[in-house]
Design a protein around this ligand. Structure first.
Ligand SMILES: [Cu+2]
Length: 188
């Protein structure tokens, strides 16, 4: 709507300016009186203000449209992927970190979660490479990317049981980078 008004005002401004200059060139007596001059000035002033105002309002509208789009696209993508809206955010997120000094330890030393989707978000603020892997009954069931000065995460669907988390960088687990993850029964 504001865009149409912007076009109308803008178009009117261009047409009137051309008409006035044409009359001005043809007639030596133009504008003739102060009243006509004043009227024309007011007329152009109003057109310029109108064009600018609706142009600005239109720009505002556009911006709102753009702000709304990403959210709409994201939920549409999730629905397409078959993820029910109500089940989103049911993941248990566990924070794990190591000292910035590069010491070969995890903090906290043990983790606990309810069965279901579990994500271990590991933050390594040191220059020593680390990651987090998970083992069940002596078998590795998943591992995150090895990182320095960054975060890496591991997401798995876990049944109740006792798991062991550790660092896969050679020597680190033996030096103490391991801990227990206890997964308890599903809470429904
Ligand atoms: Cu490590």
């Amino acid at each position: 709507m504001n865009y149409e008004l912007f076009l109308i005002f803008g178009g009117l401004l261009v047409v009137s300016a051309l008409a006035i200059s044409f009359v001005g060139v043809k007639s030596e007596r133009f504008p003739g009186s102060r009243g006509v001059l004043l009227g024309l000035c007011t007329f152009f002033f109003a057109l310029v203000i109108g064009t600018a105002a609706f142009g600005w309002l239109h720009a505002e509208d556009e911006q709102h449209h753009r702000e709304d789009e990403p959210i709409a696209e994201e939920s549409a993508a999730k629905q397409e992927a078959g993820v029910p809206m109500s089940d989103m955010g049911a993941t248990t997120v566990l924070a794990l970190t190591s000292p910035a000094s590069g010491a070969l330890v995890y903090s906290p030393e043990g983790l606990k979660a309810a069965a279901g989707e579990v994500e271990i978000v590991y933050d390594n603020p040191s220059v020593v490479p680390h990651n987090v892997a998970l083992e069940f009954e002596g078998k590795e069931i998943g591992k995150s990317e090895v990182v320095t000065n960054s975060e890496s995460s591991l997401k798995l669907d876990l049944d109740p049981g006792e798991y062991v988390f550790y660092c896969t960088v050679p020597g680190h687990r033996q030096a103490g980078m391991e801990g227990n993850l206890l997964v308890t029964g599903r809470v429904n």
